[in-house]
Ligand binder design. Structure first.
Ligand SMILES: Nc1ncnc2c1ncn2[C@@H]1O[C@H](COP(=O)(O)OP(=O)(O)O)[C@@H](O)[C@H]1O
Ligand SMILES: [Mg+2]
Length: 354
């Protein structure tokens, strides 16, 4: 049997570049080599696409400076992928393991769609929706799913501390709409912090969201599937900082404890899993997604957000939760690749002319 060529796209122009390298390394190692032939496609921090040997250097994280410098002179590299990387017959299925902007937001998904390559995970719409906290929360609200109250601003006009406090109380959260990894996220307790937060968040995006503070435990649930998605057991993140900030996520080794699975009452687990699946469907997701929620002390569950390309290292929440739910890392990769092929085949059957 011919092995399926899996193009693993990793790295990227994102705050989560290093996490992506780690995720990609683990994916390559775990793929069943009897069935699949992994092909590395790297994107460096400046956004340049790298084929074969350069991608190998990048994944090994050997002297990132060297790669940066080399990319400027090399004709093998480009801002866009070359025929060598995504041309006809080069790869059978793409697996974007790109976290954050320019990878998780629908841009790479659009490129793969144009190239006619089946790919793992949410398509263009689901990726874009999941990236924009304003659109995401409006869809969730419209579907009647429980979420925090929020306000959205596209400029400084009308942004007023008293108005926000009146609507949402104190403290509250200020975030850029299109970002992740808690970059530009502020917990605001007073007017002075408000000024700093607004300025800070607008540095990352032209649209910001302000949310009421939810007092609760942070739980995460893995979802898998196309038309009939299933949810894993939930896990819990216990931040050791005031909230699950960038520092707690990536800089402080002991920034957060992961409890896999989460120690929650049976009814709460059921509610979390149901809400996770509903969220996934409402947000037009396919393949995979990690839904993050809050559980209040009275048992109430609220949805926080979805991540369409969750961390995928062996110790990351998404695969770990599946492992606890009976699907090993290697099996999970099998299922994700199959889901990508299923969606592609289904789309191929559609008429493209009248
Ligand atoms: N409304 C909220 N109430 C309480 N904590 C919040 C709220 N919004 C965000 N947080 C905290 O900030 C973290 C990052 O916010 P989140 O919306 O998940 O953004 P990101 O996409 O950057 O992960 C959350 O994990 C949580 O700790
Ligand atoms: Mg988050």
């Amino acid at each position: 049997m011919k092995r399926i060529n899996i193009g693993i796209i990793f790295g990227g122009k994102s705050a989560e570049h290093e996490v992506s390298l780690q995720s990609a390394k683990n994916v390559v190692a775990a793929l069943d080599k009897e069935k699949y032939n992994p092909i590395l496609i790297g994107i460096d921090k400046s956004g340049k696409w790298l084929g074969s040997e350069k991608a190998q250097l990048l994944i090994e994280n050997r002297s990132p400076n060297l790669i940066q410098n080399e990319t400027i002179t090399s004709n093998e590299t480009a801002i866009l992928p070359t025929q060598e990387m995504l041309g006809a017959g080069k790869i059978d299925v793409a697996f974007p393991v790109l976290h954050g902007t320019f990878g998780e937001d629908g841009t790479v998904q659009g490129l793969l769609k144009l190239a006619g390559i089946p790919f793992v995970g949410a398509s263009v719409l689901g990726s874009a929706v999941g990236m924009d906290k304003d659109v995401m929360k409006r869809l969730l609200r419209d579907a009647g799913l429980p979420i925090a109250n929020f306000l959205v601003y596209t400029g400084l006009t009308g942004v007023n501390f008293e108005v926000v406090v009146n609507e949402l109380g104190l403290p509250f959260f200020v975030k850029p709409c299109n970002l992740g990894s808690s970059v530009g996220v502020f917990k605001v307790h007073n007017k002075q912090e408000f000024e700093t937060a607004i300025k800070g968040a607008f540095e990352y995006d032209n649209k910001i969201i302000i949310e009421e503070n939810i007092m609760g435990r942070e739980v995460e649930c893995s979802v898998l599937g196309n038309e009939n998605p299933i949810a894993s057991l939930p896990g819990e993140v216990v931040p050791q900082h005031e909230f699950y900030s960038y520092e707690a996520k990536y800089l402080d080794e002991n920034g957060a404890l992961l409890k896999i699975p989460a120690d929650l009452p049976k009814e709460t687990i059921k509610k979390v899993r149901e809400l996770a699946v509903e969220t996934y469907k409402v947000l037009c997701c396919e393949g995979m997604g990690r839904v993050d929620l809050f559980v209040k002390s009275n048992g109430e569950v609220l949805v926080n957000e979805i991540n369409t390309i969750p961390g995928f290292t062996k110790i990351s929440m998404y695969p770990k939760l599946w492992e606890k739910s009976g699907i090993s890392y290697t099996e999970l990769l099998d299922k994700l690749i199959q889901l990508a092929i299923d969606r592609f085949d289904k789309e191929q059957k559609l008429k493209t002319s009248y």
